[in-house]
Each structure stands twice: as structure tokens, then as C-alpha cells.
Write a protein that binds this ligand. Structure first.
Ligand code: 5GP
Length: 191
């Protein structure tokens, strides 16, 4: 997606540890025009898949998921990272290792939020090692729902997640795939 690539090239910052900082349009300040284009593109890529719900993880996935959901006319469910007092007691639990925070944590979704009738599209901002998607898949499997695929804004193609998940048969649609990320040099995969 050309518009996204241009944003990454002009505003993305590379940090040590192969981290791409996109705080000016995706992870802190949010460019709504760009997110609308991203939402439309996900809609096109998952056309005819009968998506009934979009699932993401708080916090950074929520904005992308909510705008995308308007093009699918479906609700968004976001997995929570902490248990609040108002959270339902009956929850599905997935386990995620965070690459950026270097720690393992659980994600939770109320059993009332998804059911075995659901066709679920996962949406997230980044795909690196695939841990977030695997944690969400645990929840989808536990609910007996169907995983339609995953729409990702930026995939770091030099990390293992994308290949592993595609090899396991999951339909992963990434709008920009980065093949290498060196200081001030971002190389995209030609698609
Ligand atoms: P994974 O679970 O695929 O290993 O990592 C994906 C999650 O880690 C995303 O939800 C995102 O929040 C975070 N993440 C991984 N790599 C990056 C990165 O380079 N930049 C930013 N901003 N977030 C990242």
C-alpha cells in the first residue's frame, strides 16, 4: 500500500533492537485519513469472507480495528491485558510474549464477547514474531470460533512470525512488509 509506505519512509524512525517507531501516525498520534485507507484495504482483501467480528489487543490495535470495522459493519472486541473489577469472571485466556517489552503476559476476552458462530478477523498494528496473533488464536480456538485471517498494518518480514503463521495456513494480509530495518534505511518487500 503506497500511501502507507510513504508514511513509514517519511515519518518512521528506526530504534535499536529492530524496532520501528511510528508514533506520528499509528502508535501515539493517529492519522485518521490513513487509517480509513487501511480499513478499506482490509475490506478489499477479506472481501466475501463473511467476517462477523474483529478481534485485536489493547492498546495499539484498537484504533486500527475500530476504523477497519466501519468498513465491515461488525463489532470490535479487544483482548484486555489486565483484569479490571468490572471484567466478567468467565474469560478465555491467551498467552503472549511481548517482543517490545521482553515479557510474557496473559490476554483476556470475556466468554460473552465471542462464540462458536463467529468468523473472526484479527487486526493488529505490527507483526513481528507472531506472538500476539498466536495468543489471540488461542482465544478463538477456545471459543470454538473460526479464524478468517489477520490484517496487519506493518509486518517486519525479517522476523519469523509472518512465515510461521502463513505456513500454518493462516491468511495473513500485511499492508507493508519490511525486509530490513537499519538505521535510517528501510527496505520494503516488493509485492
Ligand atoms: P509479535 O507478537 O508479532 O511478536 O509482535 C507484535 C506486537 O509487538 C505488536 O502488537 C506491536 O505492538 C509490537 N511490536 C513489535 N515490533 C514492533 C515495532 O518494531 N514497532 C512497534 N511500534 N511495535 C512493535
Amino acid at each position: 500500500m503506497q500511501l502507507l509506505r510513504e508514511k513509514i519512509l517519511t515519518q518512521g524512525k528506526t530504534l535499536p533492537g529492530n524496532i520501528l517507531k511510528v508514533d506520528s501516525f499509528l502508535n501515539h498520534q493517529i492519522d485518521i485519513d490513513l487509517l480509513n485507507e487501511i480499513g478499506k484495504e482490509f475490506r478489499t482483501r477479506f472481501q466475501g469472507k463473511n467476517v462477523s467480528k474483529i478481534l485485536t489487543i489493547e492498546a495499539s490495535g484498537i484504533a486500527v480495528a475500530v476504523i477497519a470495522a466501519q468498513y465491515f459493519n461488525v463489532p470490535v472486541v479487544f483482548a484486555k491485558k489486565t483484569v479490571g473489577k468490572n471484567m466478567d469472571k468467565a474469560v478465555y485466556i491467551g498467552s503472549v510474549y511481548s517482543y517490545t517489552k521482553a515479557q510474557q503476559y496473559n490476554i483476556l476476552v470475556s466468554k460473552e464477547a465471542i462464540s462458536q458462530e463467529d468468523n473472526i478477523l484479527i487486526v493488529d498494528d505490527f507483526l513481528a514474531n507472531g506472538q500476539a496473533i498466536l495468543g489471540l488464536k488461542e482465544i478463538i480456538d477456545a471459543a470454538g470460533a473460526n479464524l478468517v485471517g489477520a490484517g496487519i498494518v506493518i509486518e517486519k518480514g525479517f522476523q519469523k512470525g509472518g512465515r510461521r503463521l502463513r505456513d500454518s495456513g493462516i491468511n495473513i494480509q500485511s499492508l507493508a512488509i519490511i525486509d530490513s530495518l537499519e538505521e535510517n534505511k528501510i527496505v520494503f518487500r516488493n509485492e
